[in-house]
Write a protein that binds this ligand. Structure first.
Ligand code: NAD
Ligand code: ZN
Length: 364
């Protein structure tokens, strides 16, 4: 299946399916890339031994020159330090402005290698080759970047990929917890945009968790369609794109307070979506969204409650530091129903405290 992302100044395809890495040379031809373009394949230390060869072989057989960089797996690699090493490898390889980057991996490699492409020699093209379910989200939309010790994604750019090729075969080796983490972003895309997608997920959650090929491809496709639709309306996030942060205000705070690692990104966002549902009900933007939200997340064995270990004051402080926060006021994406949300600025602290308490209580 192929989806087109339509932007003001360009468009690019997302290919989703089984065995697609073998077709990479044709896909490159499709976007007008010839053999003279040197390619640098970036992957992490888990993904590289599993899949680099699957990408390299067809490309080399087709006559492409491909260099290879492996960075350590994990969020810590999304750093300026790692970026500097990647740049060094690119220079030594002789990558120039006619070259391109192939980002093979999850969101960490996609964000890191994408930012390499955005900044190397003031910007060269790149292709996203996502290998996690979560990366159906991160590989589309052009947000790339690295972390700073004082904050996640603090250094970055908008740099759209020239193409996304999601070969679903690679998901077979994904650890269980990473599958469920990716399911959280699939659920997010349904909850913000498409009630029938949410119902479909409820019906097919077992097949998706078991990675049944047809259901998995459909879930990725529908998730990418939502992402592409939102991004095409607002590429640089001056408005509606912010709805993609549903569940992320509390989610990011939880990740930050717990020190990145206690939760997967999806687990933290799941708690955040449960919180946003409760907050929406409390503030009157929606009624009766929490029960379905909780049920859907629980179906994917995702958490919807908050352990008392994470102190309320620290969570609130982290929410205030959020990039999206304006003048210290709290900004939330709140549900208006299942499948629709609204961006709400200036949410009162008292309401958030109440929701945090309910997330800790028996309620969820
Ligand atoms: P990740 O890239 O760290 O991958 C998770 C783990 O799975 C890693 O250990 C990785 O080595 C391993 N892995 C990846 N593919 C595998 C495979 N096929 N088989 C076996 N193991 C595999 O993490 P992620 O969850 O994919 O992405 C999280 C990152 O994405 C965060 O840094 C987050 O900020 C970012 N993100 C970015 C955007 C965006 O729009 N740019 C959106 C959402 C998330
Ligand atoms: Zn996310």
């Amino acid at each position: 299946k192929t989806i087109q992302v339509e932007l003001a100044e360009k468009r690019y395809p997302i290919h989703i399916g089984s065995g697609l890495f073998e077709k990479l040379p044709q896909f490159l031809e499709g976007i007008g890339w010839g053999r003279e373009r040197r390619l640098m394949l970036v992957a992490d230390s888990h993904v590289s031994p599993l899949y680099a060869e699957r990408v390299l072989k067809p490309l080399e057989q087709a006559g492409f020159t491909v260099g290879q960089i492996t960075h350590p797996a994990g969020e810590e690699s999304k750093s300026l330090h790692t970026l500097e090493r990647l740049v060094e490898d690119c220079i030594r390889f002789g990558l120039d402005r006619s070259g391109a980057v192939l980002a093979l991996g999850g969101g960490v490699t996609g964000d890191l290698a994408g930012f390499l492409a955005a900044s190397y020699m003031r910007g060269i093209p790149f292709i996203q080759l996502p290998t996690t379910l979560l990366a159906h989200d991160s590989s589309v939309g052009g947000k790339v970047g690295v972390n700073h010790p004082l904050g996640k994604n603090m250094i970055g750019a908008f740099h759209q990929p020239a193409m996304v090729v999601f070969d679903t075969d690679v998901l077979k080796t994904l650890p269980e917890r990473e599958i469920l983490s990716g399911c959280a972003e699939v659920v997010k895309h349904a909850l913000i945009w498409d009630a029938s997608f949410a119902d479909w997920l409820m019906e097919h959650h077992r097949q998706l968790m078991a990675l049944e090929p047809e259901v998995t491809a459909e879930a990725i496709e529908r998730g990418c369609r939502v992402k592409a639709a939102v991004v095409s309306q607002d590429e640089k996030e001056s408005g509606i794109r912010a709805i993609l942060n549903y569940g992320h205000t509390i989610g990011h705070a939880l990740e930050s307070v717990s020190g990145y690692g206690a939760f997967t990104h999806g687990e933290a966002v799941a708690v955040g979506m449960a919180g946003a549902a409760l907050l929406g009900e409390a503030l009157g933007t929606a009624t009766e969204v929490f029960p379905f939200t909780r049920e859907l997340l629980a179906a994917f064995r995702l958490p919807t409650h908050l352990s008392p270990v994470w102190a309320e004051e620290e969570l609130l402080a982290a929410m205030k530091r959020d990039k999206k926060a304006k003048k210290g006021a709290y900004t939330f994406v709140l549900p208006t129903g299942i499948g629709s949300v609204v961006l709400q600025h200036g949410v009162e602290e008292a309401a958030i405290r109440e929701v945090l308490a309910r997330l800790r209580g028996g309620e969820s």
